[in-house]
Design a binder for this molecule. Structure first.
Ligand SMILES: NC(=O)c1ccc[n+]([C@@H]2O[C@H](COP(=O)([O-])OP(=O)(O)OC[C@H]3O[C@@H](n4cnc5c(N)ncnc54)[C@H](OP(=O)(O)O)[C@@H]3O)[C@@H](O)[C@H]2O)c1
Length: 327
């Protein structure tokens, strides 16, 4: 079938295009053409999805059967997709757990029990929630929204796991949070999510899905230990109490990626993924994700900037030095 990837030239979208090609689809990607090219075998359609004329023009002569939408970040993008693509057989949309008005801190129960944002501001969560409603209304019974948790794997420009891998590979004394070492966490490998999104679009499965790994598939400390194993570094953990990290302006999630203060972490990582499991979202062993991300990173000369203006994660060296000096 003709499968259109909205996005398709970086991280998740590129893996979606690859998975769709592997499954024998005739694949096109739709991007502005500034972030790179699609995988070989996919046709590259160009335009800005914020422009209402762009999608109809690009799809003239190539009407898709299926859509996987990885690139929706604005209300205009959602409106334009709803107007142009309401006739497809299956539409899998990439949303976020941030679509939930109560997350963080959560916890997140079954999809239909949890409220999503209804505000009309242009923040990330409200925009994803409104996009779900807008495009969903154009595709009754054929629209799936994957509310993704943390996505990791090769080609990840957001660089949260990547920063930990590089820092731990460098070795020496490494600041880690003293609390929350055993905190259960969950993430989804980009390749697992990509292949599954293609299958969901093929089957026209409707509804909302919390699209992440099973809670407890790993712990925070376990992930860091894995990073040390995979990189082979001599990193020595220097546990710093949460209160000291916060007093030193260490920003949770950003400066120590994936770290949340214990009180928030307890509920934020508690996400019901029963439906994802029922619908067959795979969850490969975390060791594979970490190993493959490290293999990819070692071949990267210069990491491109994170997408849509996200800041680069990681503990600024001077802040790390100050924290280590007193220990
Ligand atoms: N990373 C995470 O942990 C996480 C967690 C939850 C949800 N998510 C969601 O998962 C998705 C990740 O998608 P992704 O990895 O494929 O990358 P992405 O950075 O969101 O999307 C980038 C792709 O969209 C294209 N694009 C950007 N602006 C465009 C525009 N105005 N018109 C047309 N194309 C445009 C880019 O190509 P050009 O630049 O060439 O246009 C590129 O191919 C996002 O929707 C994100 O919100 C991510």
């Amino acid at each position: 079938m003709r499968l259109l990837v909205l996005g398709g030239t970086s991280f998740l979208g590129r893996h979606v295009a690859t998975a769709a090609l592997d499954r024998g689809h005739d694949v096109a990607t739709f991007t502005r053409g500034v972030s790179g090219s699609p995988p070989a075998g996919a046709r590259a359609l160009h335009g800005d999805r914020d422009d209402p004329a762009a999608l109809p023009a690009a799809l003239d002569g190539w009407p898709p059967d299926l859509v996987v939408d990885t690139s929706c970040q604005t209300r205009a993008a959602a409106r334009n997709a709803a107007a142009a693509l309401g006739g497809v057989r299956g539409y899998a949309f990439v949303s976020s757990l941030n679509a939930y008005a109560t997350w963080p801190p959560g916890p997140i129960g079954p999809e239909d029990d949890e409220p999503t944002w209804l505000t009309d501001d242009d923040e990330y969560g409200p925009v994803k929630a409104s996009a779900e409603r807008e495009i969903g209304a154009a595709l009754p019974g054929r629209f799936l929204t994957a509310r993704a948790g943390l996505i990791a794997g090769p080609d990840d420009r957001v660089d949260r796991l990547g920063w930990w891998l590089r820092r731990i590979a460098r070795g020496g004394r490494v600041v880690v949070p003293a609390e929350g070492w055993d905190q259960p966490i969950a993430l989804v490998d980009v390749r697992d999510l990509a292949g599954w999104l293609v299958e969901m679009a093929e089957q026209g499965v409707p509804g909302a899905v919390n699209a992440t790994g099973p809670t407890g598939m790993a712990t925070y400390g376990g992930l860091l230990e894995l990073c040390r194993e995979v990189t082979g570094g001599d990193a020595e953990w220097v546990p710093v109490p949460e209160a000291d990290l916060l007093a030193a302006d260490v920003e949770p999630w950003l400066h120590l990626p994936l770290w949340l203060p214990a009180e928030t972490a307890r509920t934020a990582w508690d996400v019901d993924t029963t439906r994802a499991r029922e619908l067959g979202l795979p969850s490969r062993p975390l060791a594979q994700t970490v190993t493959d991300t490290w293999a990819w990173l070692r071949g990267v000369e210069e990491l491109p900037p994170p997408p849509h203006g996200l800041p680069r994660p990681g503990l600024p060296p001077e802040r790390e030095a100050a924290l280590l000096a007193s220990r």
